[in-house]
Design a protein around this ligand. Structure first.
Ligand SMILES: Cc1cc2nc3c(=O)[nH]c(=O)nc-3n(C[C@H](O)[C@H](O)[C@H](O)COP(=O)(O)OP(=O)(O)OC[C@H]3O[C@@H](n4cnc5c(N)ncnc54)[C@H](O)[C@@H]3O)c2cc1C
Length: 551
């Protein structure tokens, strides 16, 4: 058994945990960050992709709106390389009350969210696929954000300052000595090894699983209600601006352009368990119908995949919260004060847009308890890669490709991934899991869903790491299985034809079903099984109780 010592142990490697690792490392702490799966394979990697301007909350939740616009502005300066400055529109569709637009504008003025009403004709010129029946349009500084670039940027920044980043290390127990948490036992999901961590302070950033981690320290009543939302990625950028319906937050009312696709979402259904997120046909149909309100003909476009994420909605039993009105805000629990268990705090709730603020509040609380004087530096320190303040550009790969069209082998045509880029990512991740590489580069995330690139990538992985054929085949199997889960619930039209073609390639030509494959070492957690874009497509309807809490 390996034993590690650290000043700060962070459990949970989503945006919040990675943000905490970065913040604490910048303040000079020795940090270990652990996740049971790959980083951002929980809710962070399964979110909608929107860097909120706050516009969505100006009427319903002005505090959240103020937080969002403040964080939106900070992240644009410190994490610019992870953000595409798409801008945002709030539009009044024929189904919406035009008077809400006045409340919206007043809310924007009150909360400091920059907004302006523009001519409907100008909105339609900018976004020609929008419903020509829209009656009002307002601009806001919404943007899209690439969560994997963000979370790995935070983790790599922390690692450059000495932090140890341990994906696929599940926390299986927390060690208590008297009234304090003094470390944890981890299970290495890839090797099966047990790792013991001795920590001066432990921060629980377990998102929708935070209650399970708190229970490991003997703490009851940390209630996090899992609020499930589904999203569907469409083949193209049907819009280039984030488009929101100008109404009170509802289902399927936002389309976010991300890289090569556009994503519609989301829903808000209470889930029994954060790891059990079936997607139903009804949900898919309803989401596509919602898309029609914003972009007529939406359902005729090609849907690539569907997935579900689970909001960590904090419902403090000690405060007597109800399910319907659970807090949208952040919950920071000082377990010393709350439960008499020291050197341990939990932070959950919030939004991806506010991860930095959550991290700052959590580390501030730790610093205060430790009696140190180490101010937060994340407002002004750029993440690695964001030093020049340039935004992410969707055309960057195409521009780069132009300069060496004849010399570089193209591996993934949909996402324009070249061989050298793929090899660099494989070396950097040191992982044989093609799904990990997918998250780093968007490998296999385009229209063919890996049909043309994954067997090539498997061959490269095999050559690069001198993998045995059985291990390489296992990597291929695992990738195909995970992709399929997100594909089959939305199969129709062209995407069905694509799936048939992929099937011919893998089963008809390569006969992958019968090639010998090693057993997979690390089983992904049930619901997080294909990172951001995959859902447990299932027939189960689950419990359709709404949480009343839309993103
Ligand atoms: C459908 C949906 C759409 C959303 N869209 C947006 C949006 O567009 N914009 C926005 O700002 N916010 C959005 N959100 C909210 C946002 O995604 C979340 O608030 C945020 O990602 C939570 O991050 P987190 O790091 O706290 O949790 P997570 O990302 O869930 O991280 C918790 C981590 O803990 C790990 N973990 C659990 N148990 C253990 C264990 N025993 N040992 C080790 N690790 C463990 C998990 O694997 C996970 O990676 C959306 C949420 C949902 C559900």
């Amino acid at each position: 058994m390996t034993t590690l010592n650290t000043e700060v142990l962070v459990v949970g490697g989503g945006a919040t945990g990675a943000g905490i690792a970065w913040d604490a490392a910048l303040r000079g702490y020795d940090v270990i960050l652990v996740d049971r799966a790959d980083l951002a394979e929980g809710t962070s990697g399964r979110f909608h992709g929107l860097l909120h301007s706050g516009g969505r909350y100006v009427v319903k939740d002005p505090i959240a709106a103020r937080e969002c616009i403040a964080e939106n502005e900070i992240l644009r300066s410190v994490a610019s390389a992870t953000i595409e400055d798409t801008g945002g529109l709030f539009v009044t569709t024929p189904d919406d009350d035009p008077a809400y637009g006045d409340r919206f504008l007043a809310g924007c003025r009150e909360t400091g969210v920059p907004s302006e009403e523009i001519d409907v004709a100008d909105a339609l010129r900018a976004e020609p696929r929008l419903n020509p029946g829209i009656r009002r349009a307002f601009t806001v500084p919404d943007a899209s954000i690439d969560v994997w670039q963000l979370v790995w940027g935070l983790a790599n920044g922390a690692a450059a300052r000495g932090a140890r980043i341990l994906p696929y290390h599940r926390c299986v127990s927390l060690r208590r000595e008297g009234d304090a948490v003094t470390g944890a036992e981890l299970h290495d999901e890839r090797t099966g090894e047990t790792v013991s961590v001795e920590a001066d302070f432990t921060i629980n950033a377990g998102g929708a699983w935070a209650h399970e981690i708190a229970e490991m320290a003997g703490i009851e009543g940390v209630s996090v209600v899992p609020g499930k939302g589904i999203m569907i990625a469409m083949n193209h950028r049907l819009v280039n601006t984030v488009v929101n319906r100008c109404t009170m937050p509802a289902d399927g009312d936002i389309i976010v352009p991300i890289r090569t696709v556009s994503v519609i979402g989301t829903t808000d259904i209470r889930s029994e368990h954060a790891d059990d997120l079936p997607v139903t046909q009804e949900e898919v149909d309803a989401m596509l119908a919602d898309g029609e309100r914003l972009v007529p003909g939406f359902r005729a476009h090609r849907a690539l995949r569907v997935w579900a994420g689970v909001r960590p909605l904090f419902d403090d039993k000690k405060a007597g919260g109800s399910t319907r009105d659970v807090s949208r805000g952040t919950a920071l629990l000082d377990h010393g004060e709350r439960d008499g268990v020291g050197r341990f705090i939990t932070i959950t709730g919030g939004k991806l847009t506010t991860y930095r603020l959550m991290a700052e509040e959590a580390v501030d609380a730790m610093v205060e308890q430790l009696g140190h004087d180490r101010p937060c530096r994340t407002k002004t320190t750029a993440l690695p890669g964001s030093e020049d303040g340039a935004y992410m550009s969707p055309g960057a790969r195409l521009r780069a490709r132009d300069s060496h069209l004849r010399t570089e082998q193209l591996i993934c045509e949909c996402e324009l991934i070249e061989r050298s880029t793929l090899e660099t990512a494989m070396r950097a991740r040191g992982s044989h899991n093609l799904d990990d590489i997918r998250r780093s580069l968007r490998l296999g995330m385009g229209p063919c869903q890996g049909g043309f690139c994954i067997y090539r990538a498997t061959g490269i992985l095999h050559a690069l790491d001198r993998l045995g054929a059985e291990e390489a085949n296992a990597s291929l199997h695992s990738f195909l299985d995970e992709r399929w889960k997100g594909v089959w619930p939305i199969l129709h039209g062209d995407q069905l034809r694509q799936a048939r073609l992929d099937d011919w390639i893998f089963q008809g030509v390569l006969d992958v079903e019968h090639v010998p494959a090693a057993p997979a070492l690390a089983e992904p957690p049930p619901a997080a099984s294909n990172g951001s874009e995959g859902a447990e497509g299932g027939a189960s309807a689950g419990r359709a109780e709404r949480t009343g809490a839309h993103e």
